[in-house]
Design a protein around this ligand. Sequence first.
Ligand code: 5RP
Length: 293
Amino acid sequence: MPEADTSKKQKQYHEDVPMETPGFFLKGAGNLDWGMKNRLARIFNPDTGRTVMLAIDHGYFQGPTTGLERIDLNIVPLMPHADAIMLTRGILRTTVPPSLTKPIVMRCSGGPSILKELSNEQLSVDIEDAIRMNVAAITLQVFIGGEHETRSIHNMTKLVDMGLRYGIPTMAVTAVGKDMVRDAKYFRLACRICAELGVQFVKTYYVPEDFETITASCPVPIVMAGGKKLAEFDALTMAYHAIQGGASGVDMGRNIFQSDAPEAMMKAVSSVVHQNTTPKEAYEIFETLKNQK
Ligand code: 5RP
């Protein structure tokens, strides 16, 4: 049994040396098959290597979340402005028009509601159904350090195996328990475990200190999770620092659909992600578009 890493030697992340990406524009994807690369190229813009995903899957454990009460009215009109949509198959089939050509990142884990222990998830979508829905990627929650850590990791490796069989990339979401510390050390551990066990990209939270060590030590792209609603300027600042710290995009929910002007916010986030716009410039874009409405 290997021992814990107790070396006193300073770790070297070489944050300023980007990992080379021979064979494809995305980190760690050079040796994947054509179908897998093609799906990733639908999610991540090949010109910038980045993505703005809209996460609206919250209902799978917390029901009609604020802002998602009527996805048909409030969210479907927003979808054309995102690069990809993360959602459940129930919402896809009931509410999203099949004429939408945006890539779908399908939530494939579930089980406990907000009333129970959230780490006790199982896989919730079969790969045949994911193929039927023409998804671009499959995704699940991984609870490193959580009560059901091993089960969620096993869910992940099963999903990765199913995805590899059919050329569908898997995104792991590093879920953090209520009482757990959210710092770079934790997210380095969680993201690296997910990458080592085979996912093609990871969604994780931004931390102000040493975020670049998380992206540098993870050999696949990282997209930043949005988290709870912040003031728009603060959310744009967080996205900016994540992108400048090596994130390959964002997957934001509440900070977009709970904004007073969700479409303006999505476009402002997009400028941060794809054009390296500063938070101040992006906020001006937000205000201008908001006032035009
Ligand atoms: C649940 C998820 C959700 O998709 C997502 O993270 C929620 O988005 P946001 O935090 O930006 O509202 O993965 O953990």
